[in-house]
Ligand binder design. Sequence first.
Ligand code: NAP
Length: 262
Amino acid sequence: MTTLPTVLITGASSGIGATYAERFAQRGHKLVLVARDKARLDALAERLRAEAKVSIDVLPADLTQPADLAAVEARLRDDASIGILVNNAGVAQSGGIAQQSAEGIARLIALNTTAPTRLAAAVAPRFAQAGTGAIINIGSVVGFAPEFGMTIYGATKAFVLFLSQGLNLELGPKGVYVQAVLPAGTRTEIWGPAGLDAKAFPDFMEVGELVDAALVGFDRRELVTIPPLHVAGRWDALDGARQALLGDIRQAHAAERYRSQA
Ligand code: NAP
């Protein structure tokens, strides 16, 4: 019997991360659970150990703090049993750029972009060397939508999509699978701290439905999984338009329309 890889999940104390923990435990994977709230991680670990009979480690960390982030990087580098990284921890934001504090902006960017990038970079050489492994990055459809009024949050999620696409090109040929998962509104705790009440949005997706759909994409080895996108061809068209645009970039000269003031 082959041993299933251990899964390290960030932001595993609630919402999407806790649901990934449940689902991977049910599939028989060992887990390493990362978030700040040790008591919640311990309670989840205890429940899943009892329900799924898998071994679970708890690694409390504030991923915006350099020493904590370094500890999770070290675990990913050194623990050869870890074969799947779920970069899920994230915070949202409400209000326009003028309403943000410098500290709030720094925290949002540190958690939503720096942490997943550094954790992916910590594990990628080992996965590439082994010729196997998977990195799941949780983005958001807000990354497509400056119209939603969550500019900095959306920018961090656009970053996550680009990061995933780039990692896929770099690591895919070496046997490493990369998936970007882009939820839309999902019923979790993220909205309270961001000043929004999820109950005010009756059409939000239940978190179990979101993660189960994301895992269908994972099992199919999709690069980009958008559970709430009902017309799959929309994504293909968008990505096709991006590639066509690249085909019309000719860097030696400015385009004709910029060659005179008229
Ligand atoms: P959530 O229930 O609030 O979970 C966020 C998780 O991140 C918690 O486990 C939290 O745990 C952890 N976390 C927060 N700050 C942290 C820090 N400084 N260091 C380490 N962990 C930290 O929200 P969620 O909806 O499940 O969000 C998960 C991911 O999905 C996020 O990346 C989010 O942007 C994305 N997403 C959510 C939605 C949605 O509608 N819910 C839509 C699109 C994308 P502790 O507080 O214990 O640290």
